[in-house]
Each structure stands twice: as structure tokens, then as C-alpha cells.
Design a protein. Sequence first.
Length: 244
Amino acid sequence: MEKIILLSSKSETEELIKESFGQRLNLAVIYDFQEAGTDEPISLILIDCDYHCALDKCLKSFLFVYQKNSIPAAILKPANIQNISILPYFFINILTEGNPKNAGEDPLSLLKRSPYYVGPAESLVLPYNPLKKIIKAQKIMMESHLELRGIKYLAELVGCSPSWLSINFKKLAGLPLNQFWARERCCRALWQLVSTDKPVKTIALETGYQPLYFSQLFRKLFKRSPSETRNIASLLTHKKRNII
């Protein structure tokens, strides 16, 4: 099997990936975003999300993926549940599907067959049913594109009322639903800032926010404005090209 690159800071994720792919796995874990050990063909790049939203780490991860945009890449995001010991379920947020050379060995499809990947919520073995609804809501927000839809529509998809979803989401996930959703939207916007030339205003509207509010929200999360972030990404890319 061709090499899989994991951009990670946790040994637990490395073990989870090894279990997901089995003995056929050829895994290289990269902690400092250097090119060491990547001479072999790469079939997949995975980013391990820790929800800290540290701009330096997120930006370097996205730039690494962007510079290899012909290779499939995705973010692994753990189910965000507090004070409950469950299996390390994860979601897959695809950044680029790339151009896999061997369609019969699509690594993203293989990863989705992992026992830890959150497929249909009905198939999860969890302590009680409300938790299934909260994880289903998280899956929809992470893997779907519902930026222009509201919580009412999300609640309909989950099968509950908006008030039930808001109350129980905060209780089980440990943060308000709106805050969780804003974080996911800004993460997606960060990828757009790195990987496209779209104006910040366009990215804001596509993310579901008015430009001024989007800039304020983005700065609150990443400590930099969208424009500043794009400039930093440009400088980092230029610096790397000069080194090469």
C-alpha cells in the first residue's frame, strides 16, 4: 500500500489509524511539517484535529495539504463529548479528494470502513439515545455544507426540536451549539483562505456570515483577521519555495 501521511500531535491517533487500516498500513507520522521520509508515493494525507484552533498548527497543516493538492486529504475530528468514556469515534472532513491513481484502493473509502468512523448514528453503540442525536448533529455540521441553513433545519435532520438540540448539545458536548458550528465554519473558511483566491467577502458569505461579523468571529477564534491570515499563508509559502 502507498504511504499515508499523518500530521499529528497525539500518539492515540496514530494507533487508531493503524487499527483502522490493519497490517497493510504504510504510515508516516509528521510532527514538524517537513518533507523527510516522503520519497514514496503518497496515497492520503490526514490531519489530526485537537479542537485547539491554534492558527500556527492549522495553517501549516493546510499549507502542507495545499502544496500536495493532487493527493486526497482529510481532517480527522473526534466526537466532541465531555465526561463520557466511549470509543474514539471520529468524523472525516474532506479537504481535497485529489486524483487517486488506484480507484480500487481508495484510502478514504477504506478509512470510512473503520469501526471508529461515525457512519449512521443508528449504528453506534452508545450509553443512551440522546448522545446519538448529538453525535449525529456533529457529523452533519462537520461533513455537510449547511452554512446557509439554520439550527431549525439541523434539528429536523437530527429528529428533535431546536430547543432540545440546543440544550442537550451544550450539556453533552460541553459548549453551545452555535459556538461549535461557528468553529467548524471558520475552520472551513481557513481552508478556503489558503487554497483559493476568493475574496474574503465571498468566503464570508459562502460560510454563512456577513463579512464584518465573519472577520470578528474569525479573529476571535484564530487571533488574526482573515486578511492577516492569508498574508501569513502567502509569506510561509514564499519562504518555503525559497528554501527549496
